[in-house]
Design a protein around this ligand. Structure first.
Ligand code: GDP
Length: 327
């Protein structure tokens, strides 16, 4: 039975990846940081009905010795580094914490693997935000990076450290440059979930308006369930490498609102209010990925359309709010 060690196991991708690996017969060890709210932190794993199938261990990406101990004890075949301060807007408020966790945290994890168990295969969760002020209409593995936030700068450091450990120490370390990926387990602060949650509240009469920032930005949005398949596929290759994972379609926030409100039979223009306080200090205007390499080498393609994903998310948020109303 292969063992996978996942940091960020309580996040959206951690939950879906755990589900996929359990289905494939893995033993999954999840790294959880200690916190006073630990009892609610496993909510996404619980939602998928897999909370008790994961071994949760205490460690923190900012504490190398805790990672050394965890890697030594678990002796994983595969390590997935998904943990991060992952919200772009917060990274301007907490730039140093973001650098410590999202950037140096990845370096700590690479060190733990190199020192304790260098035969483990390593996956780094890189991000399309690294392209930032993109210099080409479509972004692939050869597109230059231009990070536009402390988050993106930290992710870029982690990305290059992953490549550096591959080239310097021969680690089987791969980096997935994932474009935005969403689903009903997405954190409420991200725009897709904020919109679908807003639609559900308005539909149920719990709210009248939804405040958003820049509606003109466009993103290449896929479903997280599809994207964790790509992470796993990368670690099954003989040779470690970097891959862009994307749908190849970009959609504005405005259009997203139209789709989500429309699904619930609502007119988005009657409810969405632009709040300039939510506009970011520097914006990533357009992201559009080209995942041809992943399709060619990994045989990976996305299966869920934006419309179907938004429908799933609105339904899940309606169900959540309805159950709270009843309870
Ligand atoms: P990101 O691509 O990782 O930053 O994912 P987000 O979902 O946080 O943001 C996607 C885009 O939506 C960005 O261009 C934001 O500026 C834009 N946006 C507009 N209004 C909002 C909002 O109220 N919340 C968030 N999170 N993003 C918003």
């Amino acid at each position: 039975m292969p063992t996978a060690l996942i940091t960020g196991v309580t996040g959206q991708d951690g939950a879906y990846l755990t589900q996929l690996l359990l289905q494939q017969g893995y033993r999954v060890v999840g790294v959880m940081r200690r916190s006073a709210s630990s009892d609610v932190i496993g909510e996404r794993l619980r939602w998928l009905g897999i909370r008790d199938a994961v071994e949760l261990v205490d460690a923190n990406l900012t504490d190398l010795s805790s990672l050394l101990r965890v890697v030594q004890a678990a002796r994983p075949d595969e390590v997935y580094n998904l943990a991060a301060q992952s919200f772009v807007a917060t990274s301007w408020q907490q730039p140093l914490l973001t650098g410590n966790v999202t950037g140096l945290g990845a370096a700590n994890m690479l060190e733990a693997v190199r020192l304790m168990h260098p035969s483990a295969r390593f996956y780094q969760a890189s991000s399309s935000e690294m392209f930032g002020l993109a210099t080409t209409p479509e972004q692939d593995e050869s597109t230059p990076f231009y990070p536009r936030s402390p988050y993106a700068a930290a992710k870029l450091y982690a990305h290059w450290m992953t490549i550096n450990y591959r080239e310097s120490f021969g680690l089987h370390a791969s980096s997935g440059i994932l474009f935005n990926h969403e689903g009903p387990l997405r954190g409420i602060e991200f725009v897709t979930r904020k919109v679908t949650d807003g639609v559900a509240r308005i539909k149920l009469g719990l709210a009248r308006e939804l405040r958003l920032g820049n509606l003109e930005a466009t993103r290449d949005w896929g479903h997280a369930r599809d994207y964790v398949r790509a992470m796993h596929a990368m670690l099954q290759q003989d040779v470690a490498d970097d891959y862009v994972i994307a749908t190849g379609r970009t959609t504005s926030i405005r259009r997203l609102c139209q789709i989500a409100f429309g699904y619930a039979g609502l007119d988005w223009e009657e409810h969405v209010v632009v709040d300039h306080a939510l506009v970011r200090p520097a914006e990533v205007h357009v992201l559009l990925g080209n995942a041809a390499k992943a399709t060619r080498v990994l045989g990976w393609t996305p299966t869920v359309t934006l419309e179907d994903m938004v429908a799933e998310m609105v339904e899940a948020d309606l169900a959540r709010h309805r159950s709270r109303l009843v309870g």
